[in-house]
Design a protein around this ligand. Sequence first.
Ligand code: ZN
Length: 237
Amino acid sequence: VNLMTLDIDWAPDFVIDHVAELLTSRGVKATWFVTHASPAVSRLGQCPELFELGIHPNFLPGSSHGVTPSEVLAHCMELVPEARCVRTHNLVQSSPILSCLLGETPIRIDASLFLPGETGLRPFRCRHGHQTLVRVPFIWEDDVAMLQPEASWGGDPFLGDGLRVVNFHPIHVFLNSCEFEPYALLKQSCPKLQDVSIEQAREFEWSGDGTGTLFDRLTSRLSASRTFTVTEAVSEA
Ligand SMILES: [Zn+2]
């Protein structure tokens, strides 16, 4: 099963709209992990036949979501009251965070485990007291691919047995990033990513092979097959 996920990571609205349009035009389902409220995020919520919204809590110091795990999760659940799945920002995890998640939210699916390139995966059910948390690992991510000395944008991370969950960041799809530097320079020129204008972003677009060309190719290919959101994949498994 091939699953497309996206960590919104405070992307500006024109970037979210750009990626949503690529998915809707091809009828490809995706699970978006939401970091903030915006008109483009609301538009994603108006497309439940294709898009599932999960939360993307930031538990790091200085988080705009709050200080304690409880505060952070309460803030994120206000953003997406219907959310049933989570991927934490920067993949921060701990036993207290998972306990808080199960005790204080309706979230029962966690997609924060990164097992790069692993095959034969399936949703993993972890008993935790009276509750069960289903862990859905992901096997490929755009920004990790960029760190490889010879980043390859011509491959297909969906190839392989079992559950294949890939993760893209909308900003890297828009910039067609093949390395970090253009993104870092964009952030330098406008530290608050949400406020970046389309003109500013275009200055840092890459014209060769990169995250955007790969996303384009994968979504084109997925359009021919049945696709799932994370929650759908768990309930089918
Ligand atoms: Zn993130």
